[in-house]
Design a protein around this ligand. Structure first.
Ligand SMILES: *Cc1c(COP(=O)(O)O)cnc(C)c1O
Length: 401
């Protein structure tokens, strides 16, 4: 018998990504022949556009199959700079850009580069599942700031102030948000900008859903509201959502040179560089025709509208209308305390389990996002499946005593 293996303490602190775990369970049930309707998916249900795939194939044929610079090929970093010039009217030097293995790794690099043990990071909740564990893996302390459903999940500066302190170093923004689909208002961002200036906070702005927006015109952004914050803001983004390229694993960050240099050290000692072939495909995504996000939006919009109508038609359920991304985040807490066959449904995890076991509908419990009253449904799936799924949800809820 070998001696028991002792694992690092940092591993015990965190759990595997719950969204990936639920998706895996749904796929497993499906493979076993169960007719599961899957609303747990966190990626667009479109293939990568053909011209981008062609660029990936061409990259292989041209021999772009070796290591690149740790921070990514300069052409792609320049394309990212051009994007920020046109979208935010801000100048970045290509040295201020890091290409990473997905937006997720870029965010991981940010926290590794910035956080010392005990540093606090303000994270508004409902939050994307990975922010708190990433902060913890860096030795930091996630400090959760509740966003209120009655306020359309906008950020309230008093809620922020109540939790901020002398150890606060970073504030994370994610607009449009996963899971709520809410967009932070200009007023909220102005208040945030004022505070960040007064207290010297760094801002991490995760803009991964910036192209998936159901409102007209440009959306408020911290650096549109206050471009002077460029030197204390790190932007995180990527091609996964805008161009349906989740499997290619390309993201990027932009920010102050010193932070980016620190992030490059970490990247060079961990993954070396993002996949060369994928970087060339991403270059075509950023520099080629830009009509793809609109194609997705046209498919997403009727699905979103159906979801909202069906959900708000159920007694006791409330649902804030998502203004971006491809999720609805309804509140089912009116059903907590009811039971099925003697088993009490008392939490989002219990309700999501019930939906999966009794209705064969896979969803993500709000607890995974720090908001236990809610359940996340992705509408990156067909309208037919959404209609069938909502029928099953209504029946399942009606069966609760
Ligand atoms: C999908 C997602 C990301 C990053 O995805 P990658 O595939 O790693 O680029 C980052 N933030 C949020 C909120 C997301 O939903």
């Amino acid at each position: 018998m070998p001696a028991a293996i002792t694992l690092a303490q940092r591993v015990a602190q965190i759990a595997p990504s719950p969204t990936l775990a639920i998706n895996a369970k749904a796929k497993q049930l499906k493979a076993a022949g169960v007719d599961v309707l899957n609303f747990s998916v966190g990626e667009p249900d479109f293939p990568t556009p053909p011209h981008i795939c062609a660029a990936g194939k061409e990259a292989i044929d041209k021999g772009h199959t070796r290591y690149t610079a740790a921070n990514g090929i300069v052409e792609l970093r320049e394309a990212v700079c051009a994007r920020y010039r046109s979208r935010l009217d801000l100048n970045y030097d290509p040295e201020q850009i890091q290409i990473s293995c997905g937006g997720k790794q870029g965010l991981y690099n940010i926290f590794q580069a910035l956080i010392n043990p005990g540093d606090e990071v303000l994270i508004p909740a409902p939050y994307w599942v990975s922010y708190p564990p990433m902060v913890e893996l860096a030795g930091g302390v996630p400090v959760i700031v509740p966003l209120r459903e009655e306020n359309n999940f906008d950020l309230h500066v008093d809620d922020l102030l109540q939790r901020a302190g002398s150890k606060t170093k970073v504030l994370v923004l994610n607009s449009p948000s996963n899971p709520t689909g809410s967009i932070l208002s200009e007023g909220a961002l102005k208040a945030v900008a004022k505070l960040a200036r007064e207290r010297g906070w760094l801002i991490v702005s995760d803009d991964i859903y910036e192209d998936i927006v159901y409102t007209k015109g440009t959306i408020p952004h911290i650096l549109r509201v206050d471009p002077g914050l460029q030197e204390q803001t790190i932007l995180s983004n990527g091609v996964s959502k805008s161009y349906s390229m989740t499997g290619w694993r390309i993201g990027w960050c932009a920010g102050p040179l010193a932070v980016l240099k620190a992030m490059n050290k970490i990247q060079s000692q961990s993954v070396s560089n993002p996949v060369a072939v994928s970087q060339y495909a991403a270059l075509t995504a950023l520099t080629g025709p830009q009509d793809f996000p609109q194609t997705m939006l046209e498919a997403f919009l009727p699905r979103r509208d159906f979801f909202i109508q069906a959900l708000t038609g159920i007694k006791g359920v409330t649902c804030v209308e998502p203004m971006g991304a491809f999720y609805v985040f309804p509140n089912f807490s009116a059903y907590y305390g009811r039971s099925f066959q003697g088993k009490t449904i008392d939490s989002s995890v219990a309700l999501a389990d019930y939906f999966l076991d009794e209705a064969q509908v896979a969803t993500v419990p709000g607890a995974a996002f720090g908001a236990d009253d809610f359940i996340r449904f992705s509408f990156a799936t067909s309208l037919d499946i959404i209609k069938a799924g909502m029928g099953r949800i209504e029946q399942a809820l009606a069966a609760l005593k």
